[in-house]
Ligand binder design. Structure first.
Ligand code: HEC
Length: 111
């Protein structure tokens, strides 16, 4: 007789690895690099590290929508030292390409 937990195990494996494949980390890193995202978002730099941002949005079903807005509308942001500036939009070709934006956001949220 099949053990019910065995089936659960396979479901868990699939969920794990399917989501890990859901974005292209190489493309996301290249885009982040060309936009110098990590100059501000690496640990110890002037903005919140991506790991903390990922934690903040972990249980937020609106995360993707909110972050697309964040990365395309130059919102006012406050740096960790208290100074304020506009957040840059993501430079990419074509401009504001939703697929690339979503890929970048999934990468940020995977930290
Ligand atoms: C000049 C520094 C700087 C650069 C470059 C920069 N950011 Fe930010 N970012 C900030 C600051 C400051 C904030 C707001 C405060 C915080 O989260 O520390 C912020 C916030 C964010 C947030 C969180 C928004 C929220 O609602 O909590 C995300 C996601 C983000 N940035 C992604 C990126 C990505 C992706 C790039 C590259 C395209 C990037 N940032 C480039 C400084 C920067």
């Amino acid at each position: 007789m099949r053990h019910p937990f065995k089936a659960l195990f396979f479901v868990a494996m699939f969920t794990c690895c399917a989501s890990a494949q859901a974005f292209d980390a190489v493309a996301a890193k290249a885009l982040a690099k060309s936009n110098t995202c990590t100059k501000c978002h690496d640990p110890g730099k002037e903005a919140t590290p991506f790991k903390k941002i990922a934690e903040k949005y972990r249980n937020d079903p609106q995360a993707e929508t909110k972050l697309i807005k964040h990365l395309t509308t130059n919102p006012q942001v406050t740096f960790l030292d208290g100074s304020k500036d506009e957040h840059k939009t993501v430079r990419m070709t074509p401009a504001n390409d939703e697929a690339q934006l979503k890929n970048l956001i999934q990468w940020v949220l995977s930290h």
